[in-house]
Design a protein around this ligand. Structure first.
Ligand SMILES: [Zn+2]
Ligand SMILES: [Zn+2]
Length: 442
């Protein structure tokens, strides 16, 4: 098992005295505290190189930290080791007879999985194992690939979950991000064998690859958002299965773009899969589901809406009614029947393939064209014809639509947005000697 020291937790009785040592005497920087209400504790983070010290302050007399300090005095409370695969780590400890407080990993803060090992097995120290939520590798992972522009990883220094702005004529396009999730690599590339797709996207221990969720904001006469990511309504089990990492999410990136949900006039759906429509609704404090964008009209293709209301075994896992049924209940749903202009410069075009009524969005102004291809070309690795997702319901339709779209995009030098690429928000399709590739837009 490979493990790195994540942090050391120190139980503190007198915070002012602790700060006098760690901050003033040692001269370390203290980050703003974070309150963990469920544990009745306030954590003050002290970064020390790759690891962190956490000064843990009880916020109530019955807090576990208060009881610890009462019993043993202030001091070392726990150490946390970060592991790649916590399920494997727990299994290994069990076979070695270690005593575990958590027999099964459980959800921790910020989408992590954690499990505590009893101090009796760790020579008097409480040991926490932690598996961080899925994140894309940072650059080095597959840098040896011959065509680095197609490698699905973060290029150095660029954060995939940061805001990127583009302009097309009079329209401003802002690529935002609802974080990351993970899907089976085989399913993402259909008939393409693993030795080939693995060069483009490395798989984790569960054979999953990291994907981003990148909705697109279009600002023209009105402000539109195309798709809205996965949202925050799902439980820990779902977030574990799909490796959801929303530490930076749509709220953050909209704010970075100077926008709030109130600014959105139109929400346009390419289709209603949970990684595109999850952010359409939120659960409010009373537990009621309501539209996430309070002023917006939600535009959905009628065929997609009807398919989402009549699910079958092959598509059921991709649709969650809580994401879209509340829109109809709230009276904010507009169904469109055919290819048409949704606001000046923005029109939809059915592609089919991925779902029967999956649509892409074409954005035209000042003689330039951009395309939000949605799941017709989810990542830059899906540029070649045969790289079609196993999820697609009608892959031969995807093939035909992709061929036609790629030719048109090359011809018009379209700026193409990739909704799931963890490293490249947008780029230009190129073709040389029959080989298709993507030139990232800067
Ligand atoms: Zn989809
Ligand atoms: Zn998708």
């Amino acid at each position: 098992m490979k493990a790195v020291l994540d942090h050391i937790g120190i139980a503190v009785k007198d915070l002012a005295a602790a700060l006098a040592f760690y901050r003033d005497a040692l001269g370390l920087e203290i980050e703003p505290p974070e309150e963990v209400a469920s544990q009745q504790v306030r954590a003050h983070f002290v970064p020390v190189g790759e690891s962190t010290l956490e000064l843990l302050e009880a916020t109530a007399p019955e807090s576990p930290i208060a009881r610890y300090v009462d019993k043993r005095g202030p001091g070392l409370h726990h150490i946390t080791l970060r592991v790649d695969d916590i399920h494997a780590a727990v299994a290994q400890l069990k076979t070695r007879g270690a005593r575990l407080i958590d027999e099964q990993p459980r959800p921790g803060a910020e989408g992590s999985l954690i499990a505590f090992v009893h101090p009796a097995s760790a020579h008097g120290v409480l040991v926490e194992l932690k598996q961080s939520p899925a994140r894309p590798s940072t650059g080095s992972g597959r840098a040896s690939s011959s065509d680095s522009s197609l490698t699905l990883s973060l290029s150095k220094g660029e954060r995939a979950d940061s805001v990127q702005r583009f302009s097309v004529g009079d329209l401003e396009l802002i690529s935002v991000c609802d974080g990351f999730f993970r899907l089976d690599g085989g399913a993402m590339f259909g008939v393409v064998p693993k030795p080939l797709w693995e060069k483009k996207a490395s798989a984790d221990a569960r054979n999953r690859i990291t994907l981003a969720m990148r909705p697109l904001v279009v600002r023209g006469v009105r402000t539109m958002i195309i798709d809205a990511g996965i949202g925050d309504k799902e439980d820990a089990k779902f977030c574990d299965i799909y490796g959801v990492d929303r530490r930076r999410n749509l709220d953050h990136t909209l704010a970075d773009a100077g926008l709030s949900p109130d600014d959105i006039d139109i929400v346009l759906a390419t289709h209603l899969h949970f990684d595109h429509a999850g952010g359409f609704t939120i659960r409010d404090a009373s537990g009621r589901l309501r539209p996430r964008f309070p002023r917006a009209q939600y535009v959905v293709r009628r065929g997609e809406w009807e398919d989402a209301a009549h699910l079958h075994a092959r598509n059921r896992a991709s649709y969650l009614a809580d994401n879209y049924v509340p829109l109809a209940d709230a009276g904010v749903l507009q169904l469109v029947d055919d290819d048409r202009t949704i606001m000046p410069g923005v029109r939809v075009r059915r592609t089919g393939g991925h779902t029967m009524h999956h649509q892409m969005v074409l954005i035209e102004s000042g003689g330039r064209t951009a395309a939000f291809a949605a799941d017709l070309m989810p990542t830059t690795a899906h540029a070649p014809d045969a790289w079609i997702m196993g999820f697609d319901l009608y892959p031969m339709d995807t093939l035909a639509a992709k061929k036609q779209f790629a030719a048109e995009a090359i011809d018009k030098n379209m700026l193409v947005f990739f909704p799931h690429d963890p490293g490249v928000a947008a780029g230009y399709i190129r073709e040389q000697n029959g080989k298709r590739s993507i030139q990232p837009a800067s």
